[in-house]
Unconditional design. Structure first.
Length: 667
C-alpha cells in the first residue's frame, strides 16, 4: 500500500530505500543527497503501513541536535507526536537504560554523570592518592588512555601489559584506581555510559531478549562514525531477528583520530548476511562542477564502496584557486560564506584580515585565536617581562607548568598583597625574604621569579619574534601541553608556532602618519604587540544569529553547507597534514577534503599559499596533491595581482620577488 504524501517528494532511489523490504538496509548516502529525509521517511513509512509500532523502533545518532531534528520531522510527517518511539544519541539512550536498570548495572539509583572537567579533576585526585607526580603522569594523558580503551570496550582486566612496559603498567594502575573511585562514589563518566550499558545487556540475557523483541527496527544515522563499543552495542541489540536500517557515507569517515572505525561497515556485512545496499547519488546542494571535482578527488581512495554524485542543476561556475577580497565585494548575506581550514592555527590570519576590513565573523565550534588557552598562557609570560606587577599574568602562569606552587601558596600571596598594598610579584619577594613558606614552596616560588628575571635579560635585545620564540622554549609550555592527548598537544603546539609567526609579521601602526620602519629589538615592539593581541581578543566575534562570515576547521564543517566556500591551505604538509602521509591516514585526509568541497552550494575557492613561515623560516609551498587529482577543466586558476594602487609611486609586479618584504605608508 502506498502513502502518497510520504513518497511524493522522494526521488527513485530514496523511494526504493524508504519502501525496501524488512531486511538489513544499508543506505550509502552521498553528501547533500537527503539522508536524514530518507531515514525519517523510512520510520514514518513503517508506522503508517502497519509494519511496526512506535515502541518497535529505535533511532540513534550522534548529536542531540540531530536527534531532535529527526523526531520533529517524523512528527511532522505523521502529523502527530509519536509516543513510544525512542530517538536519541548513543549516550542518551544508554543513559536512559542505566537509569531504569541501575540495580542490574551495579550502580546507585542516583548515580552522577561526570563531564570532561569533572573527570579530569577526579583523575588528579586519583593520581595524587597513588603518590604519583602529575608532571610525569599527566591527568590529561590518563583521561585519554581510559576513554580510548572504554571506547574499544576494554576494562583494565582486558588489557595485557608487559611488566617491562613501565608506562602501560602505570597507566593501567591509574585506570584500576579510577574505576574503584567511580564505583565507590557512584559516578559515571561519558565513555562509561555506553560500556556499562553494553555490559548490562550482555550480562542479563532476559533483559537483552526483552529489548531485542521490542526494538525490531534499529535505525542508525552517520554509521561511518561509530566506534568499537557503539558497533558492539548495536550488534547485541539487533540479535538474530532485528533489522537494521543504516545511513552512512564511507567517503565522509573523517573521525578515525577519535575512535571511529570505518571498518564497521565491512564488519556489518560479515555479521549480517541479508544486507541490501542502496545508493543515494543525486545531490540537492552543489553545482555540477563542484560535484565533478569532489567525485574526481575521492576516486583516488582505495577500498570504497563507490558512488558518483550528480545533480539536475546547471554546472555552475568553475572552481577558483585563489583568495581575494571577495567577501568585501559580496552583496548578499555574509553568513553565506565559510572559510574552512585544516588546523586551528590557520584562523589567525583570517581573523586579522577580516577585522581590518570591518567584516564580522564567527569561529564555529571554537575560540578565536587570542582567546585560546595556550595563547593566553604565552601572552601572560610576555606581559610579565614588561610588567612584573601584572597580577593576572602572574597568577595565570606562576604554576603553569606545574612548579609545586599550589593554591594555598597563591592564597597566602594574595593575603600579603592585600594587607600591604603590594602586587603579587612584590608579595612573593616579601614572603621569600621573610621566610613565610616552607623550603619547598619558597624555593619553587624563587625559581619562578628567577626564570622571569633571567628571561628578561636574555631576550631584551632580540627582535620581537625571537623574544616570543625564546620565551616559548624557556617557559616549558610545549612539553607541558604534550602531556595531553596527541591531537590536543599537536593543536596547541601549532597555535604557539603561529603566535611566533604573528610576532614575525607584526609591524606596529604608524604614529601621526610616520611609520617606524622595520621592527627593532627592545620592549617597544613587544608592548605594542601585546596591546594588539589584547585589542584583537577584545573584539566581539559575531553571535550565533548574526550575519557574519563563518570560520571553522574542516572537521567542524561536516553536516553544514554554505553558498560560498573558501577551502584554505591546500599545501603538502598542511593539507594533507604532515602527520597523515601514510596511506591509511592519507585516505582519511582525502575524505576530509571531499567533505570540505561538498559543503559548497554555488561557489568553491580552492586556495594555497606560495610560501609560509614554518619553524622559523619561510619555505616555498608545494600545492596539495589533492589539487592535481581534480581535472584541470574544472578549475580556473587565478593568481593574486600585486595591489599597485596601495603604493606611493607606480610600480609593476616585475619590481618584486616572491617573499620580498615591502614597506609603504598607510594611505
Amino acid at each position: 500500500m502506498e502513502i502518497p504524501h510520504l513518497l511524493d517528494s522522494l526521488n527513485k532511489q530514496q523511494r526504493q530505500a524508504v519502501t525496501a523490504p524488512l531486511e538489513h538496509i544499508l543506505v550509502l548516502a552521498g553528501a547533500g543527497s537527503g539522508k536524514t529525509k530518507c531515514l525519517t521517511h523510512r520510520i514514518a513509512w513503517l508506522l503508517q503501513t502497519g509494519q511496526a509500532y512506535p515502541h518497535n523502533i529505535l533511532a540513534v545518532t550522534f548529536t542531540n541536535k540531530a536527534a531532535n531534528e529527526m523526531r520533529s520531522r517524523i512528527d511532522a510527517l505523521l502529523n502527530q507526536p509519536t509516543r513510544g518511539l525512542w530517538v536519541g544519541t548513543f549516550h542518551g539512550i544508554a543513559h536512559r537504560l542505566l537509569r531504569i536498570y541501575w540495580r542490574e548495572a551495579n550502580l546507585p539509583q542516583l548515580f552522577q554523570i561526570l563531564d570532561s572537567d569533572d573527570q579530569l579533576r577526579t583523575l588528579k585526585r586519583v593520581i595524587k592518592a597513588l603518590g604519583l607526580d602529575e608532571k610525569t603522569w599527566s591527568p590529561k594523558q590518563a583521561q585519554h588512555f581510559i576513554n580510548a580503551h572504554k571506547d574499544d570496550g576494554l576494562r583494565p582486566k582486558d588489557i595485557i601489559a608487559d611488566e617491562q612496559d613501565v608506562k602501560l603498567t602505570q597507566l593501567l594502575s591509574i585506570y584500576r584506581a579510577y574505576e574503584e573511585t567511580c564505583q565507590r562514589t557512584g559516578i559515571v563518566d561519558f565513555a562509561e555510559l555506553l560500556l556499562r550499558c553494553y555490559e548490562l545487556l550482555r550480562d542479563n540475557p532476559q533483559l537483552l531478549e526483552h529489548y531485542q523483541q521490542r526494538f525490531q527496527h534499529l535505525h542508525v544515522d552517520e554509521f561511518q562514525d561509530t566506534n568499537t563499543i557503539q558497533y558492539q552495542w548495536l550488534r547485541l541489540l539487533v540479535g538474530n531477528e532485528g533489522k537494521l536500517f543504516i545511513v552512512f557515507d564511507d567517503d565522509q569517515s573523517i573521525f578515525g583520530w577519535r575512535g571511529a572505525k570505518i571498518e564497521n561497515i565491512q564488519q556489518l556485512e560479515k555479521d549480517c548476511s541479508d544486507t541490501h545496499l542502496i545508493r543515494l547519488e543525486q545531490n540537492y546542494r552543489s553545482t555540477g562542477t563542484i560535484l565533478a571535482a569532489a567525485n574526481a578527488l575521492i576516486a583516488n581512495n582505495q577500498g570504497r564502496l563507490g558512488k558518483k554524485l550528480w545533480t539536475q542543476d546547471k554546472a555552475g561556475k568553475p572552481v577558483f584557486q585563489f583568495i581575494a577580497e571577495k567577501i568585501q565585494d559580496w552583496q548578499g548575506k555574509r553568513q553565506d560564506f565559510a572559510i574552512l581550514y585544516r588546523t586551528t592555527a590557520q584562523s589567525r590570519q583570517f581573523e586579522e584580515a577580516l577585522l581590518q576590513k570591518n567584516i564580522s565573523y564567527r569561529i564555529y565550534g571554537g575560540l578565536r585565536f587570542y582567546e585560546r588557552l595556550e595563547i593566553k598562557d604565552m601572552l601572560a609570560y610576555l606581559r610579565l617581562l614588561l610588567h612584573r606587577d601584572d597580577d593576572g599574568a602572574f597568577e595565570r602562569v606562576v604554576n603553569r607548568p606545574k612548579r609545586n606552587i599550589g593554591d594555598r601558596t597563591v592564597a597566602v600571596l594574595r593575603g600579603i598583597a592585600r594587607q600591604q598594598g603590594l602586587s603579587l610579584w612584590q608579595a612573593a619577594r616579601t614572603a621569600i625574604n621573610s621566610k613565610q613558606f616552607k623550603a619547598r614552596a619558597s624555593n619553587s616560588l624563587a625559581a619562578f621569579l628567577q626564570l622571569i628575571e633571567r628571561l628578561t635579560e636574555q631576550v631584551k635585545d632580540l627582535p620581537l619574534h625571537e623574544q616570543v620564540e625564546q620565551v616559548k622554549i624557556a617557559s616549558g609550555l610545549v612539553p607541558h601541553y604534550q602531556k595531553e592527548s596527541k591531537e590536543e598537544a599537536q593543536r596547541r603546539t601549532e597555535n604557539l608556532e603561529e603566535l611566533t609567526n604573528a610576532a614575525r609579521q607584526f609591524f606596529p601602526h604608524p604614529l601621526d602618519g610616520e611609520g617606524r620602519g622595520e621592527a627593532k629589538p627592545g620592549w617597544e615592539d613587544l608592548s605594542e604587540f601585546l596591546d594588539h593581541a589584547a585589542l584583537e581578543a577584545g573584539e566581539r566575534q559575531g553571535g550565533r544569529f548574526d550575519d557574519c562570515v563563518q570560520l571553522m576547521t574542516l572537521h567542524s564543517a561536516k553536516g553544514l553547507e554554505f553558498q560560498v566556500v573558501f577551502l584554505a591551505g591546500l599545501e603538502e604538509g598542511l593539507f594533507p597534514h604532515q602527520n597523515s602521509l601514510e596511506e591509511s591516514k592519507l585516505q582519511e585526509e582525502r575524505r576530509l577534503c571531499y567533505v570540505g568541497i561538498t559543503r559548497a552550494r554555488q561557489l568553491l575557492y580552492l586556495c594555497h599559499s606560495e610560501s609560509r613561515y614554518h619553524y622559523g623560516k619561510r619555505d616555498r609551498c608545494t600545492p596539495s596533491r589533492f589539487l592535481s587529482e581534480i581535472p584541470a577543466g574544472l578549475i580556473q586558476e587565478i593568481r593574486m595581482r600585486h595591489p599597485v594602487s596601495q603604493f606611493k609611486k607606480p610600480v609593476t609586479p616585475h619590481d618584486f620577488q616572491i617573499g620580498q618584504r615591502v614597506k609603504h605608508r598607510q594611505l
